[in-house]
Design a protein around this ligand. Structure first.
Ligand code: FES
Length: 108
């Protein structure tokens, strides 16, 4: 059964912030799709697009990890501002024991 990028990240132990618990109410799960955008992700809903407008460093390939459902191989990158915040000592909203990702991950 397909899952969201956030679901898959959690299942593989990859830290992806998700302050609102995956309810499309924040932008902390913002990812940038590097490959597989067209055919391997669900289409963004109006709610996702409205929320994404508030994301830092928005790109044409930005998605919310909690809303994008993966249907095939895909490569995403967590924006640098989010990685840097955690790696420079900023605590994760969900706890400080989860290491930040080091490079883009292939999921799907
Ligand atoms: S976790 Fe808040 S919008 Fe995705």
């Amino acid at each position: 059964m397909p899952g969201s990028l956030l679901d898959i990240a959690i299942n593989f132990g990859i830290h992806l912030e998700h302050a609102c618990g995956g309810n499309c109410a924040c932008t902390t799960c913002h990812v940038v799709v590097k490959d597989g955008n067209d055919g391997h992700l669900s289409e963004a809903t109006d709610d996702e697009l409205d929320r994404l407008d508030m994301a830092a460093d928005l790109t044409t390939h930005s998605r919310l990890g909690c809303q994008a459902v993966v249907t095939g191989d895909i490569v995403v990158e967590i924006p640098a501002w989010n990685r840097n915040y955690i790696s420079e000592g900023g605590a994760s909203i969900l706890g400080d024991a989860i290491p930040p990702p080091k490079k883009p991950h292939l999921v799907g």
